[in-house]
Design a protein around this ligand. Structure first.
Ligand SMILES: *[C@@H]1O[C@H](CO)[C@@H](O)[C@H](O)[C@H]1NC(C)=O
Ligand SMILES: *[C@@H]1O[C@H](CO)[C@@H](O)[C@H](O)[C@H]1NC(C)=O
Ligand SMILES: *[C@@H]1O[C@H](CO)[C@@H](O)[C@H](O)[C@H]1NC(C)=O
Ligand SMILES: *[C@@H]1O[C@H](CO)[C@@H](O)[C@H](O)[C@H]1NC(C)=O
Ligand SMILES: *[C@@H]1O[C@H](CO)[C@@H](O)[C@H](O)[C@H]1NC(C)=O
Ligand SMILES: *[C@@H]1O[C@H](CO)[C@@H](O)[C@H](O)[C@H]1NC(C)=O
Ligand SMILES: *[C@@H]1O[C@H](CO)[C@@H](O)[C@H](O)[C@H]1NC(C)=O
Length: 442
């Protein structure tokens, strides 16, 4: 051994000692991660490093479950800019950003930060969150950047699924293109803020599935979201933020929620004993969950044949299409509304609320105020409570056609559709106030 080699051997030995003496869940300045090296979260749940997805030869920097079988990837940094070789290096740079470079120092991906830190370092938490912190402050709320703010296709327990209204940060899921390609695919899933906020799953710009608005208990279109032994959940909405979040009840059951490349929102669970992932639930349950399958003013009933019906007082817009099971043109009113003489409302129970993209809402009004407000505006077509907890509260108004309503056997809710008085068997001379009384009776 010549002296130079000896020095090199000693140097690398000292370096490896240094790495052992450091936390193995942290990347610090001047100590990058190269392809082949990984860091592991303190509890051993998650690992960060380079991988190639499926049959792809491309290399990506990602985070995956370390203990669970198949080690599913939950987050990818350079999903749109893959490495074609194993020259990737992830480093922490001043004043506190993560940079992924290739063999020629080309930047493939970097984190962002609006603040700077004196002692920046990146730590992989046991929640699966990679945070850029200052010193030893491991509170994600104080972090300069966190991977939980930039979800890919996976929603992990403790991740906020929704918006920071102050900064405009929209934490939504986007599907992988395929099992071999983590670049953004056709589907996105997140909270839509036009009208009364609701969850939408989109294929490109088109809505594919609509879990709908939060009604205080669950999303209107996901009746199976109920209290269960595996996970708890919350929905937070205030001036600063609006998000959905779930937590594991028993940490020995691991759960992840994935938006699959073919556009399904699925929950998978894993336990030590079983050591395999099993499908826990799928948000979309049947054909009636296909967005607007029955067209405008139609209602989908999964146990009926045909499954599409027009709402009461409506008839197919194009009967011949309807007869051939093409419901896309929807339904029109059998009797025109007469706002001046007075209209009334038909009550629907056990349903998923219509699309709220162009709705109006006021969360401090009651149902009676809501009814009279709808009646006083000739373009208002339906109303409902925005929150169904207790006796119900809040007011939600729809204008124009009602889209994507379906019937549920359980956990559906109520809403009221404007109808011509004659359709309701009301006298045309009924006054405005009498209409209000009728609403109370129904
Ligand atoms: C490294 O990345 C840069 C910028 O993305 C790119 O132009 C260059 O071709 C890459 N080099 C290699 C060896 O892949
Ligand atoms: C990091 O990447 C973003 C794009 O994602 C870019 O706008 C920004 O300038 C980059 N910042 C640095 C310091 O490279
Ligand atoms: C972080 O570092 C400060 C100062 O070095 C020390 O006082 C504190 O105990 C440390 N906190 C943790 C959680 O290690
Ligand atoms: C958590 O789940 C494990 C395995 O299913 C079980 O043995 C344990 O009793 C559970 N703990 C609690 C607090 O429910
Ligand atoms: C995604 O969209 C493209 C273009 O519309 C289509 O060719 C492809 O089959 C779609 N992929 C999936 C998984 O739906
Ligand atoms: C909402 O309704 C309450 C009670 O009727 C009213 O005081 C308030 O001004 C309304 N807010 C808006 C934005 O219309
Ligand atoms: C009815 O409501 C719509 C939508 O909020 C609004 O644009 C319109 O001005 C209202 N009309 C009346 C007469 O209040």
């Amino acid at each position: 051994m010549d002296s130079l080699t000896t020095v090199a051997v000693i140097f690398s030995y000292v370096l490896s000692l240094l790495r052992i003496s450091m936390a193995l869940d942290t990347i610090i300045v001047n100590q990058p991660i190269t392809d082949g090296e990984t860091i592991t979260s303190a509890g051993g749940s998650f690992e960060l490093g380079f991988f190639n997805p499926g049959n792809s030869k491309n290399r990506y920097l990602g985070i995956w479950y370390k203990k669970a079988s198949k080690k599913p990837v939950v987050w990818v940094a350079n999903r749109e800019s893959p490495l074609t070789d194993s020259s990737g290096v992830l480093k922490v740079t001043q004043p506190g950003i993560l940079v992924l470079v290739n063999g020629t120092n080309g930047i493939l991906w970097n984190s962002t930060s609006s603040r700077s830190a004196q002692d920046p370092n990146a730590q992989l938490l046991d929640s699966g969150n990679l945070i850029m912190r200052n010193g030893n402050d491991s509170d994600p709320e104080n972090s300069l950047w966190q991977s939980f703010d930039y979800p890919c296709d996976t929603l992990l327990p403790g991740m906020k699924f929704g918006w920071n209204r102050v900064t405009g940060l929209d934490r939504h899921l986007s599907s992988w293109r395929s099992a071999d390609d983590p670049s953004k695919g056709n589907f996105t899933y997140g909270i839509d803020l036009s009208g009364f906020p609701q969850l939408l799953l989109k294929n490109g710009l088109a809505v594919a599935f609509r879990p709908g608005p939060w009604n205080g208990i669950r999303f209107s279109g996901i009746p199976q979201l109920t209290i269960n032994p595996v996970y708890s959940y919350e929905f937070v909405s205030n001036e600063k933020e609006i998000y959905f979040m779930y937590h594991l009840v028993n940490s020995s059951v691991v759960m992840r929620n994935v938006l699959t490349p073919d556009g399904y929102s699925r929950r998978f669970t894993w336990t030590d004993q079983k050591n395999e992932w099993s499908l826990y639930s799928t948000a979309q349950r049947d054909d009636c969950d296909t967005y607007a399958i029955c067209g405008v003013n139609g209602i989908c009933k999964i146990n009926e044949s045909p499954k599409c019906e027009c709402m009461k007082g409506f008839r197919p817009k194009i009967q011949s299409n309807w007869d051939m099971a093409d419901w896309s043109n929807g339904c029109i009113r059998s009797t025109r509304l007469d706002c001046q003489k007075g209209d009334g409302f038909e009550k629907y129970s056990g349903v998923k609320l219509p699309d709220t993209q162009s709705s109006w809402f006021n969360e401090s009004m009651n149902l009676k105020e809501c009814a009279s407000l709808c009646l006083s505006n000739c373009s208002c077509t339906a109303y409902a409570n925005s929150d169904i907890r207790g006796a119900g509260s809040g007011c939600l108004l729809w204008f124009g056609g009602l889209i994507d309503i379906r019937d549920f056997t359980q956990n559906g809710q109520e809403f009221y559709v404007r109808m011509a008085a004659s359709e309701l068997g009301m006298d045309f001379s009924f006054s405005y106030l009498r209409n209000i009384n009728l609403i109370q009776i129904s």
